[in-house]
Design a protein around this ligand. Structure first.
Ligand SMILES: *Cc1c(COP(=O)(O)O)cnc(C)c1O
Length: 483
């Protein structure tokens, strides 16, 4: 493709992008397709000859777009929304055209040095201790895996990077019962073994109970195992529970365990000073991850991870075959030694654009606005007969359960709530996801799309309440899903 053709297509695409965002509200939030619908439209064999861009783009609009769930839709309330923003998109365009691999300083010096600088900005913006150094990972899952690997380097009988863990006593890891599944996956991938993850019970606010943690560590030591790492969560995925970091840090310090903090979603709220109480105890933390791609206006993918001491991480991950050695390797950081994949996208660029465009004050206002909307919704739920909060609101996450009067059977209520969720999501007006709270089905509404305003939350709530009245409880006992 020559330069003039590229220019013309690029201009047309940018016009399309602006129109897409301006009109996104008219689209159903969740794609209205069935499994296999998109696949069926795609030719079974690759094109033998190149095709004109006009045709490729027409097929994108015709065949692909209807199968897209619109994460930037203002009524997207499922999972945790993944923020995009115009400045971040513009930076991603530049990243794409540069097409660089930021694996080492020499492979793109500005990539490395900008990463160092924006991570230092983020450290200050979140109120993390001076001296914490970081790395941008592709996901919080990768970051937690890296923390688990670093923890194994510290633990007795560790040095897993060289000798492996096989044939040693089991290394145990601790997290709350509400912890994210990526901790389990990290156990599986790191070779620690899923059965060596201890899920510690939580209190009434869904926060890990420190005394139960201390007990479990003691029992494991007595059983001859090697307690290695605690993963504390700030903002659990189901209901947004906040683990008591100071109490946990006191235990890990006393026991010599590695302490990792998974703040994937709630970490963005730390840009606001009023939420920094979550960080009490952070001086004893070994690593922390949060996802600017969740709630800080930065396009997926971008996870920022910070470490108190890089020594263990770099021991766990450094390899230097001749083909990767550079003349500058000992003068400046090579980020490839802080993450699992070798190749690294230039993710720092979009973060830099975002922080410069919004400024700290703009990012604080963004987070506070969503939390304000969630607070209003919480009040509204309390005032709607038949609905109860499933857990206390956490920042911008509200979880609730429909419990219509006259229906007390918990299993039936679970089915009514599943039914309600399915109907709401199928309608396409709003998109929410389910969760389990103490074993019971609930709905979670996470506010975090940049375009979401008060009216979108109101429209969604109105729709949910009206849909609920149609998920009427059965007149007599029985399966409500039966015809
Ligand atoms: C979203 C989330 C994750 C996983 O994030 P990825 O970046 O998709 O790996 C991990 N932990 C918590 C608490 C989360 O909310």
């Amino acid at each position: 493709m020559d330069s003039d053709t590229f220019r013309a297509h690029a201009h047309a695409f940018v016009d399309w992008m602006a129109d897409y965002l301006a009109g996104i509200e008219q689209r159903p939030v969740r794609a209205q397709v069935r499994p296999g619908d998109v696949l069926r439209l795609l030719p079974a064999e690759p094109p033998a000859k190149g095709e004109p861009m006009e045709e490729i783009f027409a097929a994108f609009e015709r065949d692909i777009l209807p199968g897209v769930t619109h994460w930037q839709h203002p009524r997207f309330f499922a999972y945790f929304p993944a923020n995009a923003s115009p400045p971040s998109v513009l930076a991603e365009m530049l990243t794409a055209v540069l097409g660089v691999n930021c694996m080492a300083w020499e492979t793109s010096p500005a990539g490395t040095e900008l990463e160092t600088r924006v991570l230092e900005w983020l450290r200050q913006m979140l109120g993390l201790p001076e001296g914490f150094e970081g790395v941008i990972q592709d996901s919080a899952s990768s970051a937690t895996l890296v923390a688990q690997l670093a923890a194994c380097e510290r633990a007795p009988d560790g040095a897993a990077a060289v000798r492996g863990l096989a044939g040693h006593r089991a290394h145990t890891v601790y997290a709350s019962a509400e912890t994210h599944s990526s901790i389990d996956k990290g156990m599986m991938v790191a070779g620690l073994g899923r059965e060596n993850l201890r899920k510690i019970p939580t209190d009434s606010s869904f926060a890990l109970r420190p005394e139960a943690l201390a007990d479990m560590i003691r029992q494991d030591r007595e059983a001859g195992l090697i307690p290695t790492c605690v993963v504390a969560t700030l903002g659990t995925t189901a209901v947004g529970g906040i683990d008591p970091l100071a109490d946990i840090a006191a235990i890990t310090r006393r026991e010599g365990l590695y302490l990792h903090v998974d703040a994937a979603w709630a970490g963005s709220a730390l840009v606001c000073e009023e939420f920094r109480h979550m960080l009490a105890g952070v001086d004893d933390v070994d690593s922390l991850v949060f996802n600017p791609h969740k709630w800080l206006l930065t396009n997926f993918d971008c996870s920022a991870q910070f470490f108190r001491d890089m020594g263990e991480v770099e021991r766990a991950l450094t390899v230097s075959p001749a083909y990767l050695r550079t003349a500058t390797g000992d003068q400046i950081v090579d980020y490839r030694n802080r993450s699992v994949p070798l190749g690294r996208r230039f993710r720092a660029l979009k973060l830099w654009f975002v922080i410069r465009h919004y400024g700290v004050a703009g990012l604080q206002a963004h987070v506070r606005r969503h939390i304000g909307l969630a607070r209003d919704l919480e009040t509204q739920i309390r005032n709607t007969p038949g609905f109860t909060l499933a857990a206390p609101r956490s920042l911008s996450l509200v979880t609730f359960r429909y419990c219509p009067e006259g229906l007390d059977d918990e299993a039936q209520l679970d089915q009514v709530n599943r039914d309600l969720l399915a109907r709401v999501n199928e309608g396409g007006l709003a998109y929410l996801s389910p969760c389990e709270v103490r074993g019971r089905v609930a709905l979670r509404l996470a506010i975090g799309a940049p375009a979401t305003e008060a009216r979108h939350v109101a429209e969604a709530w109105d729709h949910i309440a009206r849909t609920a009245s149609r998920c009427a409880p059965p007149a007599s006992a029985g399966d409500v899903s039966a015809p």
